[in-house]
Design a protein around this ligand. Structure first.
Ligand SMILES: NC(=O)C1=CN([C@@H]2O[C@H](COP(=O)(O)OP(=O)(O)OC[C@H]3O[C@@H](n4cnc5c(N)ncnc54)[C@H](O)[C@@H]3O)[C@@H](O)[C@H]2O)C=CC1
Ligand SMILES: NCC(=O)COP(=O)(O)O
Length: 333
């Protein structure tokens, strides 16, 4: 079997927990698979207490990985103070993501893992995307992809995969944004991703309702009848296995989760509350429907604890492992 290419790991916000959790993740994974190379600042990585080796090219990552953190060095212009992001560094943070994506697009990396970014300093520096998800979708928009194109944000924890129809939308706008078209497209992307990236031949999708009790036959909301029902009918017509809209309060407990492979959730907190309740430390964020594999820890930059030795690497380790599994599933097709 050919050895898979390393993953490219963008360093994320340098003043956040990213550098220290990358060092801790390497320490946990160095004798294991998958290999990764950091795209970031080698001097900052060296300050995290683990051996670091700058490499000129990602194809050297595998031979370095067992003894040092391989880093494709793109230095920051400004000094880093843990907990305080610098506007001068923001442009380079975005460049790291772009470079990691280029490596995956070229096939030199088997996927991209992104350490958390702080959105406010990036916006102030002119970054015009809501987050990695939209940025990476734009960076890969011209790359050929045979399946339905996302991006769809999926959060995982333990046996739950929760996929979002809307992402960072104000709650008041959600009912207008949950259209038959968006629900149908999201479910298609998820169905195809379950097959392509997770090796599930006949995926079972569970659709969350919007209203309490999934509208109670229209007596407490009509979206289930007017929007979600027609989407379900279309999807079933395409051969996709999906439930009728389910009451969201009773679809995430242990026995309910055993009945489906992925949940289609209509807004951010409908997915993230069950995910973070099930596993606050080990959740992973993956982007479905892209020509490349991309995962991320599900937490943010943790400015309140950055540099204090308190940050847990569990979520990043889970993100690296999941990216490796997804890349292997794609390669096996
Ligand atoms: N994938 C990404 O790039 C993400 C970025 N963010 C960004 O992160 C920034 C901060 O967001 P917050 O809402 O404060 O969320 P946060 O996840 O950074 O912090 C929430 C709480 O979790 C703790 N925490 C975070 N990571 C931890 C770790 N590895 N170990 C132990 N404790 C940890 C923090 O100390 C804090 O108490 C924002 O700019 C947000 O947009 C948020 C989520 C994901
Ligand atoms: N709440 C999840 C989040 O903010 C992550 O966004 P992204 O940077 O992965 O697009």
């Amino acid at each position: 079997m050919p050895v898979p290419a390393p993953l490219a790991l963008s360093m994320g916000e340098p003043a956040g927990v990213g550098p220290e959790i990358i060092a801790a993740a390497w320490s946990a994974l160095k004798a294991e698979w998958p290999v990764f190379a950091v795209v970031g600042d080698a001097a900052l990585m060296r300050r995290q207490g683990q051996p670091v080796q700058a490499i000129p090219s990602i194809d050297m990552a595998a031979e370095v990985f067992a003894r040092a953190i391989p880093v494709l060095d793109h230095p920051l212009p400004d000094a880093v103070t843990a907990g305080t992001p610098s506007l001068r560094n923001a442009g380079v943070v975005a460049d790291w993501i772009e470079q990691a994506v280029s490596l995956a697009v070229a096939g030199d990396a088997s996927g991209v893992v992104t350490a958390p970014i702080a959105k406010a300093p990036l916006y102030a520096a002119g970054f015009r995307f809501s987050g990695h998800t939209e940025f990476i979708a734009e960076l890969t928009a011209d790359i050929q992809f045979a399946d339905t194109r996302g991006p769809v944000m999926m959060l995982t924890a333990r046996d739950l995969r929760a996929c979002l129809v809307t992402i960072h939308s104000p709650l008041a706008e959600v009912p207008q944004l949950v259209t038959e078209e968006r629900v149908t497209r999201t479910a298609r992307v998820v169905h195809e991703a379950m097959r392509r990236d997770f090796g599930i031949a006949q995926p079972r999708l569970a659709l969350a309702g919007l209203n309490p009790h999934a509208g109670e036959s229209g007596s407490i909301g009509l979206e289930e009848i007017e929007v979600l029902g027609p989407a379900v009918a279309r999807l079933r017509g395409e051969g996709i296995r999906i439930t009728d809209p389910l009451p969201a309060d009773t679809m995430f407990h242990d026995e309910a989760r055993a009945t489906y492979d992925a949940a289609i959730c209509l807004y951010h907190d409908q997915a993230l509350i069950p995910v973070k309740t099930l596993d606050f430390w080990g959740g992973v964020n993956a982007t479905l429907g892209l020509p490349i594999v991309r995962t991320s820890p599900d937490h943010g930059t943790g400015f309140d604890i950055a540099g204090k030795g308190m940050a847990r690497p569990d979520s990043l380790i889970a993100a690296i492992r999941l990216a490796g599994q997804m890349a292997a599933a794609r390669a096996a097709r």
